[in-house]
Structures are given as structure tokens and as C-alpha cells.
Design a binder for this molecule. Sequence first.
Ligand code: ATP
Ligand code: MG
Length: 171
Amino acid sequence: MKGYIQVYTGNGKGKTTAALGLAFRAAGAGLRVFIGQFIKMGDYSEIKALARFSDLITVKQFGQGRFIKGKPSLEDMSSAASGLKEIQERLLAGEFDVVIVEEGNVAVSAGLFSEKELLDLMDRKPPQVEMIITGRGALPSVIEKADLVTEMKEIKHYYHQGVVARVGIEK
Ligand code: ATP
Ligand code: MG
């Protein structure tokens, strides 16, 4: 089966959950999924849920678990660099049918790796692998190279009413 490159971006809710939904569906079909999460680290509920599918879905987190304000720290940079390298290896090794680059767009805008590095990763995708890149602020070059782009458009979000991320719903 030919694989495509999908991008889920925009300011509205649903980018990460769409990618997780796809992982769930793929696993149901016996496809092997690799999820590499940038920025994040820690106890997200999806990590616990995905542990139940560990025969088909592998998740790795490459973040430091804190917000990056301004210039990323050396630690932020080095864990993102090793994450990118690992995703590249996993992509090329042929062990996975679906590879999800979670918050890949945000990693670029935060300066964790370059636009060119993300575009190179997209170029290296083997034909049969499906690649999903999530995160707000997808660059025009990334949109151009992708085969499918969905923008989650925020019509309303309770975030603006001061509702922070809730366990089981946002994290
Ligand atoms: P989900 O994981 O629910 O599918 P998402 O992946 O589309 O959401 P992200 O962009 O990854 O959303 O947002 C992560 C968190 O940022 C949200 O859980 C929310 O608490 C917070 N957030 C939501 N809207 C905004 C906003 N407009 N500005 C800043 N932070 C926001
Ligand atoms: Mg997200």
C-alpha cells in the first residue's frame, strides 16, 4: 500500500487526538506504528493507553516536559536532535507502517531543529510508510510537500475562559 504524508495543524483542538485516532485505527488493522513526540515528556494519558497496544504501537518522547520560552536550552536541543535521529532510523528500518512526528511543526518553530531537517525527513519517507506531522504553525514548505493537510480551525476554545489542560481530555 502506498503511504502518504499528512499534516494536522491549526490553532483549534484536535491535532494530537487525530493522530492518536489514526494510530488506533492502524493498530486495529495490524499496522505497526511509531509515535515520536517532541516537546512533551511525562505522564500523558495517551502514553498509558498506548501501553496496552505495545505490540503494535511504540511511543517515544523526546521533550524535556517544559515550555520552551525563547531560545531552547542545550538539553532541549540535544534530546530533540537524538529524537530526530531516532525517527529517521525507525523510518528507514522498515519496522513501521505509520510514523507520527508529534509536534513536529512546533519543534521547528521552537528552533529545536530546522525547517530543512523536517523537509529532509519528509523526503526520506519510504514509499509504503504513512507519515503524520502534527502541531500548530506548519510552515508553507511543509504544507507544500505534504499530500494531505488539515487545519483545525478554532471556532471556540474554553482555554480562553481559563480552562487549562484536563487529565483524560487534553492530557
Ligand atoms: P488535542 O491534544 O486535544 O488533540 P491539540 O493537539 O490540537 O489538542 P495543542 O496545540 O497540542 O492541541 O495544544 C496543547 C495544549 O495547549 C492544549 O491542551 C491547551 O491546554 C493549550 N491551548 C489550547 N489552545 C490554546 C491557545 N489558543 N493558546 C495557547 N495554548 C492553547
Ligand atoms: Mg498537540
